[in-house]
Design a protein around this ligand. Structure first.
Ligand code: CDP
Ligand code: MG
Length: 147
């Protein structure tokens, strides 16, 4: 059965362009509960660890430099079928290929600066949530009736 949690990141470009409010509205309008949220700036080595799966790919260096170039918003989002539905809401990696109305189509400025990250599996949602938050940070919030 599909899980109910995903990890999202508003990337540095979208933060710099002051799209946080718009993006959070779109997330809430689409039925997600924001169970945990924080502003944080990754060091280069943090971004390298987060995206370690892409190490060696041609876009890796640019990606980790971009992801550590300014503050990001990390969040744990809850909803039935969260991973798959959120990937549909954000759209394709390349904003030019992202469907009309998706977050990347609306707010990305390039393939690297594509506004937002969403976990690609339940396993990675778990791993990525733990990367940014202690279990207590999001569990406590979900236990106080945010749903
Ligand atoms: O984020 P998503 O899962 O859609 O794509 P990915 O293939 O896991 O790549 C991670 C991130 O690397 C993307 O969101 C882009 O920011 C960046 N990327 C890039 O700059 N150029 C590519 N050709 C592919 C990915
Ligand atoms: Mg990915």
């Amino acid at each position: 059965m599909a899980g109910n949690k995903t990890l999202a990141i508003i990337k540095p470009g979208a933060v710099r362009n002051k799209h946080i409010g718009h993006i959070l509205s779109k997330i809430e309008e689409n039925g997600y509960t924001i169970a945990a949220i924080k502003t944080i700036q990754l060091r280069l080595e943090d971004a390298a660890e987060f995206y370690a799966v892409h190490q060696g790919k041609p876009f890796y260096q640019e990606l980790i430099e971009f992801m550590s170039s300014g503050p990001i918003i990390a969040m744990v989002l809850l909803k039935d079928n969260a991973v798959e539905d959120f990937r549909a809401l954000i759209g394709a990696t390349d904003p030019e290929k992202a469907a009309e109305g998706t977050i990347r189509r609306m707010f990305a400025t390039s393939k690297t600066a594509n506004a937002i990250h969403g976990s690609d599996s339940d396993e990675n949602a778990e791993r990525e949530s733990s990367f940014f938050f202690s279990r207590q940070e999001w569990l406590r919030k979900t236990q106080v009736g945010l749903d």
